[in-house]
Design a protein around this ligand. Structure first.
Ligand SMILES: Cc1cc2nc3c(=O)[nH]c(=O)nc-3n(C[C@H](O)[C@H](O)[C@H](O)COP(=O)(O)OP(=O)(O)OC[C@H]3O[C@@H](n4cnc5c(N)ncnc54)[C@H](O)[C@@H]3O)c2cc1C
Length: 374
């Protein structure tokens, strides 16, 4: 690219790629920098709310091409195995990040975006312009930078963001399996110290992904030991694991997952997806939020570059206001729910309430989800 791009996006996960597709649809020159190669497996529950479908259609993303697994029901169990089930108000689908991210990557390239495999090491904002440097000594300049670098990145450290200074107790484990599991179901099963999501993705594959607090996990020798001594105490999880066969060489793990509040704009960088805030995975809405925030920021950037928004200050304020109005309550509900699930007595009280008032379940789900994104 000989001239400077209009927008540089740091990170090619769902948020960054969606925004790249949106902006390039309007003819903007977009450079996206992603440190990893495509395709790649990611630690994720891989259940996406149907709220993204109208927006995907508008972007020309034909999700049915990937043959996702439609999901309409939820089963929820306590660590001791008490279970309730219900319908998901809007429903969703299961698709692996391996397939989805790669599809969006190819779509972004097809739209004319330039995607560079490299690690961004520094972003300076000088005289109303960004200067972006990478580990391969690339230097780029642009008027707008979108931060889509996920839950935790070297850039968070560089920007000295508040959450990075605190240790987070959460780690996550994920793998694909073959075996029997109902097509239309997402299972959310508790165990001591965490919870586990189970659902199908494409090709009849089962995705199992759990979040656990490090204090509990470190008492055991390894993943197998932890699973057999802690997770198997939930009879539903025991049955699922014992009837499934691991398809990965070994499960993927990530640690230091933070659910702390983050700022939506830092050093004039507009943050989207997990870079702006991560909702507890038990809500199953992080991917839809990443995609929605990409839409939000892209629309405002188009207005800014088209002079409909008169200043950078106005752009940043509008984005922060929209982000907070749309997502803040979901994050807060997610934090409360997670606190309840970490406490055995509160979880059993919640179960009793859900058994007496079954309509509470869809109500709680609605509190952590949005409406169709159009
Ligand atoms: C255990 C767990 C289970 C989950 N389950 C679900 C679920 O079932 N449903 C749901 O909707 N959500 C779920 N989520 C949330 C969901 O995974 C995230 O919200 C979503 O991945 C956010 O996408 P993103 O684009 O913001 O970040 P990511 O997908 O993490 O993308 C960030 C990208 O930035 C790149 N990057 C980072 N630093 C740099 C750098 N310096 N230079 C270049 N590139 C860089 C990374 O390589 C990465 O590809 C889950 C999360 C966890 C932790």
């Amino acid at each position: 690219m000989k001239t400077n791009p209009d927008v540089v996006i740091i990170g090619g996960g769902l948020a960054g790629l969606t925004s790249a597709i949106h902006l390039s649809k309007f003819g903007l020159r977009v450079v996206l920098i992603e440190k990893n190669e495509f395709p790649k497996h990611k630690v994720c529950g891989e259940y996406i709310s149907n709220e993204v479908l109208p927006y995907f259609q508008w972007l020309g993303i034909e999700i049915t091409d990937l043959k996702p697994s439609p999901i309409s029901k939820i089963a929820f169990s306590t660590a001791k195995g008490k279970m309730i089930s219900g319908n998901l108000p809007l429903g969703g689908f299961g698709i692996s990040r391996y397939e989805l991210d790669n599809y969006l990557y190819l779509k972004a390239i097809n739209n004319g975006c330039q995607i560079i495999q490299d690690t961004v090491t520094d972003i300076q904002f000088i005289a109303d312009e960004f200067r972006i440097s990478t580990s391969n000594t690339l230097e780029l300049k642009s008027k707008i930078v979108i931060g889509a670098f996920g839950k935790r990145s070297n850039i968070d450290q560089k920007l000295n963001r508040g959450f990075i200074l605190k240790k987070s107790p959460w780690l996550a484990v994920k793998a694909h399996y073959s075996g029997d599991f109902p097509n239309e179901l997402v299972g959310l099963h508790n165990f001591k110290g965490g919870y586990c999501g189970v659902s199908k993705v494409e090709n009849n594959t089962i995705n199992i992904c759990y979040l656990v607090d490090y204090g509990t996990f470190k008492q055991y020798k390894n993943i197998e030991d932890f699973q057999s001594k802690v997770i198997y105490k939930n009879p539903h999880l025991k049955a699922i694991f014992e009837n499934c066969e691991l398809l990965f060489e070994k499960p993927l793990t990530i640690s230091q997952i933070s659910f702390e509040e983050k700022c939506t704009v830092e050093n004039h960088i507009l943050m989207i997806g997990d870079t702006a805030g991560l909702i507890h995975p038990l809500c199953g809405n992080g991917m839809a939020m990443a995609i929605h925030s990409a839409k939000m920021v892209s629309e405002l950037i188009i207005d800014f570059l088209g002079n409909k928004i008169s200043s950078r200050k106005e752009l940043e304020e509008k984005y922060s206001q929209e982000w907070n109005a749309t997502f803040k309550n979901r994050l807060v509900t997610g934090r409360y729910l997670s606190k309840i699930l970490q406490n055995e007595n509160l979880t059993s009280l919640l179960m009793q309430l859900l058994t007496i008032f079954p309509l509470l379940l869809p109500l709680i789900i609605k509190k952590t989800h949005g409406k169709s994104i159009i």
